[in-house]
Design a protein around this ligand. Structure first.
Ligand SMILES: Cc1cc2nc3c(=O)[nH]c(=O)nc-3n(C[C@H](O)[C@H](O)[C@H](O)COP(=O)(O)O)c2cc1C
Length: 334
């Protein structure tokens, strides 16, 4: 089994989840600067697209900087031969690892037999892993998936995946059908860890983690090798920071810890707005004319909240069409 960078990161592992149109190269750079996780994923990118004439347009989703390492490229698709080619591309682009999306519940993806639909096609899923590994050379290959499609069938599904010896598997502890509508069932992460015992494959749990202490609690309760955090990072690039792991682990046992505080709440409004502006400027620098600035609105809604006048400020920011306009709105408040 090729373990690559996974072997070098200290456990427990705190990972940033891939989120399409959220954790793009701009936001990841901001996160790397203000609160770097142990490992980051790119947004998912279509293998078929990368193997087509439209390749160049998609490459922006694979941009990254050295500050983000270790960084894993995530691909989705259903054609093993395209995974082979994309694995070669990931080597060429200098990624640290490759992740296969087997969890996306989106109908347009599932209709291509990709994402969570692979749970219904275990043989195809294995073939995809084999071809990815064949193309990946010395890069480790991991999988991100759910605990079932319409019904939970973790045991069978996970055993199937483990036959191909991936370096790591992230378990989003809900079925495809459940989307994100019910609480994640972390007891299934514990079960996954049991099933994977002795295989050498790392198990990361995912779903509903709110902040680092919460991640740490869930890891302790389940025995997982790490946790992946997604939506908690909205408006909070400090999520993974402010936290000395050695001390944190010791303090964790006395439970009366203040070290895991939600950093966001301890930052001044001015600090938050400054970083929001920096994020918007970086987005323009990287993506002006390439990605729609409206994608920043999701971020504005998350950065700006919990203080008098927040709503009015959000309304103004929603109308901004570029970072210059954001600067005009925000600078008087800094
Ligand atoms: C806006 C958005 C985009 C997402 N895009 C991806 C993606 O590209 N690849 C992927 O594997 N999961 C994707 N996910 C799922 C997340 O990685 C994660 O599994 C899910 O949000 C549950 O974790 P959380 O409760 O910590 O947010 C996305 C989720 C959101 C909210």
């Amino acid at each position: 089994m090729v373990k690559g960078f996974w072997e070098k990161i200290q456990k427990p592992i705190f990972a940033l989840a891939p989120m399409a149109d959220v954790t793009d190269a701009a936001f990841r750079q901001i996160i790397a600067k203000y609160g770097k996780p142990d490992v980051m994923w790119t947004e998912f990118v279509s293998c078929d697209g990368l193997c087509s004439m439209g390749k160049d347009k998609l490459l922006k989703d694979l941009w990254y900087t050295e500050a983000e390492r270790p960084i894993v490229a995530q691909f989705f698709g259903s054609k093993p031969e395209n995974f082979y080619r994309c694995a070669k591309l990931a080597i060429e682009l200098g990624f640290d690892g490759i992740d296969i999306n087997m969890g996306c519940p989106d109908r347009s993806i599932n209709n291509q037999m990709a994402g969570a639909d692979l749970i219904n096609n275990p043989e195809l899923a294995k073939m995809i892993i084999r071809e990815t590994k064949r193309g990946a050379g010395n890069l480790p290959v991991s999988i991100k998936t759910r605990v079932g499609y319409n019904k939970e069938n973790l045991d069978e599904w996970l055993k199937n995946l483990l036959e191909e010896k991936p370096a790591a598997i992230t378990i989003h502890a809900r079925t495809k059908k459940e989307l994100s509508l019910v609480p994640a069932r972390w007891e299934l992460v514990a079960r996954a860890k049991e099933i994977a015992k002795g295989t050498g494959t790392l198990i990361l749990g995912n779903g509903d983690v709110k902040y680092l202490r919460d991640a740490q609690n869930k890891i302790s309760q389940t025995g997982a090798d790490g946790a992946m955090l997604g939506r908690a990072v909205f408006g909070d690039p400090w999520l993974f920071s402010g936290f000395n792991r050695e001390k944190a682990l010791q303090k964790f046992t006395n439970s009366e810890t203040s070290i895991f505080i939600d950093k966001k709440s301890t930052l001044t409004l001015s600090q938050r707005l400054k970083v929001m502006l920096e994020h918007a400027e970086l987005f323009d620098e990287l993506f002006a004319g390439i990605k729609n600035f409206a994608l920043m609105r999701k971020h504005f809604g998350s950065y700006v909240g919990g203080f008098p006048g927040a709503k009015e400020l959000r309304v103004k920011l929603m109308e901004a069409e570029n970072s210059k306009q954001v600067g005009k709105i925000v600078r008087p408040l800094l």
